[in-house]
Design a protein around this ligand. Sequence first.
Ligand code: G6P
Length: 622
Amino acid sequence: MCGIVGYTGTNQAAPILLDGLGKLEYRGYDSAGIAIRNGEELAEVVKSTGKLRSLIEKTDSGRTLAGTCGIGHTRWATHGEPSQTNAHPHVSGNCSGSGSGQVESEVVGVHNGIIENYLELKEKLLRHGYQFYSDTDTEVVVKLIDYYYKKYKIGPVDAINRTLVRVRGTYALALMFRDYPGEIYAARKDAPMIIGITNGESYLASDVPALLNYTRNVYYIDNMQIARLLPGEVHFFDLNGDEVSLESTEITWDAKSAEKNGFEHFMIKEIYEQPDAVRDTLTSLIVDGRISLKDTGLDEDVLKSVSSFRIVACGSAWHVGMAAQYILEDMTGVPVRVELASEYRYRKILPQERELLIVISQSGETADSLAALRKAKDLGVRTLAVVNVVGSTIAREADHVLYTHAGPEIAVATTKAYSSQLIAMYCLAIQTAYDLGRIDDEKYAYYLSELNTIPEKIVRILEEKERIQWFAAKYSNARDIFYIGRGLDYAISLEGSLKAKEISYVHSEAYAAGELKHGTISLIEENVLVIGVLTQDDLFEKTVSNMVECKARGAYLMALTTYGNYNAEDSASFTVYVPKTDPHFMASLAVVPLQLLGYYIGVARGLDVDKPRNLAKSVTVE
Ligand code: G6P
């Protein structure tokens, strides 16, 4: 979704802002813009539609814009079509055209999120003589700040505060005021915003990768707080306008991990980073041969007392929940329910006593997952967040946090975060089972030793990528792909199918193999590709029967199974093998060929797999 950057310091701002926006491209966007202040002069606004490249060309990589203070934005359209006029920054001055150039304005701003009551506020402002050039809610909020600023003749912090209490919705805002050269003001509610400070320079961004080239010393601004950035310093204020102090945090991710490092796309680089992401997550959770959940605050008493687990998440994180359901229930005997966060948040919930609600989220900022977390907390339910981004909103608001160690994930389609989330859920299941006395020391040690083999087994799978690449090229024009499996294999199918459809735009579905006969089999015809996921030996024959039924109706069959199950080739025309591990952990291995398949189909179709159309990495609006 929208990306925000800001800079004030001693260097030319525009190249720094364009670099930062480049690091946020992965979030998904349709237009971009920057506003630069050169000393006391009015802000110069430049915007363009399409890729950031056109903004870079328009400004000669920022060189045409003098000034050491500025804000920038990549827009993912919500209110109003993608266009230059609707692109940010927006200005408070009444103007015709697209609000570009040097517009006579008190306030210039960029925004991520949605202002729900913008129409009502717009009417009020129209009555007070404001004119609007765009269809955006952002222009409304910028003009509302201007209105309070002038009406009450107050400073920026008070004008923003008055506005925050009038607007409903979610937002991160970065603003510059004409009377305050060299200063940037920022505020947020339920949308990410971080601030980095170094010697004489201050940076602002909606996401960590934009800052990694400049600083590791960051502040996470809280909801309904305001930040005032000056070169090399920052001050924070609460809703009363009183100054508050915040602690800074050191980011451990290194800048290289957010670069492609010679890979063609971030997605394939991140697929290759999975052995490390899995190993790092394991290392963080297994200390001296025991799982340590100490940092999460989930001790033996808490785990033993859990009456039921409820997992809520979106997208691939929900698929992790689907896989975890089979594992947690099987190992612990405690009931598990998995829900889409967008569904959970709007229905009547009857929480169980001593229920543990687990929110799984890479970004820790997904709007629906955050809303679900807050709802659970309002209901008095204990909450655990499984999150990758340190300091993200979900991580800060949950009662307990279990961090995955995937490093920065840039490609929209998740791979290494998914794999790390699985590891976190395995460890939770094993430890709970042990604390409940459902497994003995021997079984416990066996599970941990199996987990430790996963990174090396992923390496082996990656060594055979050429076969999948070949197969993907052959099937890149497939009209439909069906992924089928039972039990855990169904959960793996869900993720495999999403990987294909989100980056290659080939229609794909995942079905519980036993459901095929209840409708889906009518879609099976000549040359439809059916992929049978066969990692669970006890369900192998059942799923193979379903595959054969598809073959009888003309489908082309691919099987994904473990070494040793060579009779899969009796039915399937193409078989992919992965090493064996304990059946509970097979998703960690079987997902890798499916990630590669989705990736290579997308590449064979000539698509930009890192930035699939209409999708965003972090969905911060519902
Ligand atoms: C988007 C991403 C997915 C991700 C989902 C949930 O749709 O493209 O890869 O699984 O959001 O994101 P989260 O950050 O909450 O894991």
